[in-house]
Design a binder for this molecule. Structure first.
Ligand code: SF4
Length: 292
């Protein structure tokens, strides 16, 4: 069985930067608490490693200890949350991804220019919650063409994309928005990492019979990779760990592909590769051709 890795997969720049920031904070903590506001990444295994190494987790600003360092995750936070932490005298390390900072800035510009802001994404997603905080929560969030079609007629629409949306879906939503207002200004805020991983899995999904996306169940970009892959490879599964692979799925498979979400560390991808090699030896004895 051939094991093919997507040309671009795994940890993105933004997540890597936030995790590195947490470890830098630990180095300088001198015994004071280091806390991330919300999970730094959507990957429970990597979160367990961070917890073991001493990074605490606060779900809300109210849960943050009264002393020490707070690390803001790559999704960013509302300016209100940021200011509150600073006002409490905490050391704040801002791990907000530069792409997300760009989206926040663009949303503010559109808002100040008088556009009705439409964010193509999930209103509950922390990245969108953070962006909404920059524009007084005054925006529509639509995550499908159906939701876009349900919007009322508007005058001037300014569009921001959730960084992890697929370009194809983004374009489809824009096409609908153009029927809703005479003026639609589009800000291209989809991040390269997402596009690269999506492009790579699209290519890979045409070559393999079975495909695993290694990523957190709640990771928007991992779920997006599955959605893209299933256009060509129906047998695409999202897994968090190698143990979730059903050996029966591998029987008789000659080419299997692997991709990984932006929060998936390399060590986890390697574990999946090793696990598949082991399965190949046990369930596909007739074909021992293995390549990575
Ligand atoms: S997926 Fe893109 S926007 Fe999100 S953290 Fe990674 S690099 Fe930044």
């Amino acid at each position: 069985m051939e094991i093919l890795l997507a040309e671009s997969l795994g940890f993105c720049m933004g997540v890597k930067r936030a995790v590195d920031m947490a470890y830098k904070a630990l180095d300088k903590a001198e015994g004071t608490p280091v806390t991330s506001l919300g999970p730094l990444i959507h990957n429970s295994q990597e979160m367990a490693r961070l917890t073991n190494d001493g990074v605490g987790l606060a779900q809300t600003t109210a849960d943050v200890p009264t002393t020490g360092t707070v690390v803001i995750r790559a999704h960013g936070v509302t300016p209100q949350a940021y200011d509150e932490l600073k006002a409490r005298g905490l050391k704040v390390m801002d791990g907000t991804c530069p792409y997300v900072h760009y989206s926040q800035r663009k949303a503010r510009e559109l808002y100040e220019e008088g556009y009705t802001v439409v964010i193509t994404g999930d209103r509950q997603h922390p990245e969108i919650v953070g962006i909404l905080g920059h524009i007084n929560d005054e925006a529509y969030a639509v995550k499908s063409v159906e939701e876009a079609a349900a919007l009322p007629a508007l005058e001037r629409i300014g569009v921001i994309a959730q960084t992890t949306i697929s370009p194809k879906k983004f374009q489809a939503i824009i096409d609908v928005l153009k029927t809703k207002a005479p003026e639609v200004k589009v800000c291209e805020t989809i991040c390269d990492a997402t596009e690269e991983n999506q492009k790579a899995i699209r290519e890979l999904s045409g070559e393999v019979e079975l495909l695993y996306v290694v990523g957190g169940r709640h990771s928007a970009n991992s779920n997006k990779l599955v959605e893209v892959a299933r256009e060509q490879c129906q047998q695409t599964y999202l897994i968090e760990t190698p143990e979730e692979i059903d050996a029966a799925d591998v029987v008789g498979i000659r080419k299997v592909g692997i991709s990984a979400g932006a929060s998936t560390p390399d060590w986890m991808i390697q574990q999946v590769v090793q696990h598949l090699r082991g399965l190949d030896r046990t369930v596909n004895r007739a074909d021992h051709r293995v390549a990575a």
